[in-house]
Design a protein around this ligand. Structure first.
Ligand code: ADP
Ligand code: ZN
Length: 435
């Protein structure tokens, strides 16, 4: 079902009007309340009055992750700090984390975004949503939690980890939906299959809302089969709110973005110019109703494309293709751009392989090395190199044809690759330490 048809199915024309009104308001607030934006706009010679409609968006400055770090912790706030009701922060693997603060209305808007995604699977009263995203500063746990509350569903806040107990509760409490990262969903699926105590056939699970990291169509099929569910993508980022900036509908053909809240653009990351409709590029968002920390043209680094045709589900909200990866996740091996998600796509084409992998890149004697650890499903595993070769060869050929670089493939024993509870780490680029 559609949670909020007024916005999700608004005509394109009315949507542009709404976006224009909201953009004008947002820009005015940014200019008047946030010295950072006032300076950026002054430097570019742009005044709030120059923004007359959404068509003027490209007159505005971009915001980057570095800007957010420089303004750490509360430099981008546009309201008195006493109006803040919650603070989150993204993992920030290096240096200071990126902070997000929320007013009461911001929290409500965020929860609505998540609720719209959960509504696609008719989640409502009587449904129990097991929330296995981490609770804490990370936006996943509490984001899914508040969205489930808006739908009137039962929230089961298991957080990530303690996998054995998770699957026991999943069965005993009759969870009907699961929200977590796709990699943790895979870990849970595996634990259910290995378990002698629980069985997927005694479970009531019917839907999964997976996001916070890139995943592939192959992974979806695997999760749907293993968990006997329909698996939906949920997308988001801390800088906008957290998960729930958009989500897939029942057609599972692109992730609808909630454009009444976040205006999406696709730009060429090198020229910073807008891409042609349908062209791949970097996703950029401008928040249209955020109060605590409005953001102009935030460069997500996520690479994707947008499609504006109306969806069969009835929603008019623009659809985004699966995120290919973040531009900062891309690895250049022997001059070729490689996205970890391409490896996942190849792997999931072969039923004998698990969808787990780990890439190690190094430079030895001035030459890039590309090692790929993979796992076979336990029934196919053999330590005999000759047996292994039967599986390695077709995978090798597929990777060479898809990615264009020759990997050195190693088959590890079952569970040889570390399982993740949150966002999976897929790459160790040792060249970074060998400058
Ligand atoms: P961090 O930057 O520390 O990872 P976030 O949790 O805010 O913090 O991560 C947001 C990023 O996670 C997005 O910009 C995107 O790269 C990735 N992401 C979130 N949801 C999805 C999804 N459904 N598919 C692909 N990538 C996603
Ligand atoms: Zn749709």
């Amino acid at each position: 079902m559609i949670h909020n048809p007024k916005y999700e199915c608004m005509s394109r024309e009315d949507m542009r009007k709404l976006q224009s009104e909201r953009l004008i308001k947002t820009v005015k607030i940014c200019y008047e309340k946030v010295p950072f934006y006032q300076k950026k706009m002054d430097d570019m010679g742009v005044k709030p009055e120059d923004i007359k409609s959404i068509d003027d968006i490209n007159k505005l400055p971009f915001t980057t992750k570095t800007d957010l770090r420089d303004e750490y912790p509360f430099g981008l706030e546009a309201v008195p700090h006493s109006e803040i009701r919650r603070i989150h922060a993204s993992s920030g693997t290096t240096g200071k984390p990126v902070v997000a603060t929320y007013t009461e209305n911001d929290l409500a808007m965020w929860a609505e975004g998540v609720a719209r995604v959960m509504a696609v699977a008719n989640i409502g009263p009587g449904d129990t949503i097991q929330i296995s995203y981490g609770y804490g500063l990370f936006t996943g746990g509490l984001g899914a939690h508040d969205g489930a509350a808006v739908r009137g569903a039962i929230q089961l806040p298991t957080s990530a980890g303690n996998t054995e107990k998770q699957i026991m509760l999943m069965q005993d409490f009759g969870a009907t939906a699961l929200a977590c990262t796709p990699s943790y969903a895979m870990r849970l699926a595996e634990a259910i299959h290995d378990s002698k105590i629980v069985s997927v056939h005694q479970m009531k699970l019917r839907a999964g809302f997976f996001g916070a990291e890139p995943w592939t169509e192959g992974m979806r099929k695997e999760l749907e089969r293993k968990l006997q569910i329909k698996a939906y993508d949920i997308y988001g980022l801390t800088e906008m709110c957290g998960p729930g900036v958009g989500g897939e509908c029942e057609c599972q053909n692109g992730t609808h973005l909630w454009e009444d809240m976040f205006f999406p653009e696709i730009i060429n990351p090198d020229t910073l110019k807008p891409c042609e409709p349908g062209e791949f590029g970097e996703l950029v968002f401008t928040s249209l109703c955020k109060e605590a920390m409005p953001i102009l043209r935030y460069r997500t680094r996520d690479l994707t494309r947008l499609r504006y045709e109306k969806c069969k589900c009835g929603r008019t909200a623009v659809r985004m293709d699966r995120i290919l990866g973040r531009s900062d996740d891309m690895i250049i091996i022997r001059g070729v751009n490689v996205f970890p998600s391409q490896i996942e796509t190849c792997l999931t084409e072969f039923p004998a392989f698990q969808p787990y992998y780990f890439i190690t890149v190094d430079r030895i004697y001035n030459e890039d090395t590309f090692d790929l650890d993979v796992e076979l499903k336990s029934q196919f595993f053999s330590a005999d190199p000759q047996d292994q070769m039967k599986f390695i060869k077709p995978l090798y050929d597929r990777i060479v044809s898809m990615v264009g670089v020759k990997p050195n493939i190693h088959i590890l024993p079952p569970y040889g690759i570390e399982r993740s509870m949150g966002k999976a780490k897929h790459v160790n680029d040792k060249r970074n330490f060998r400058a």
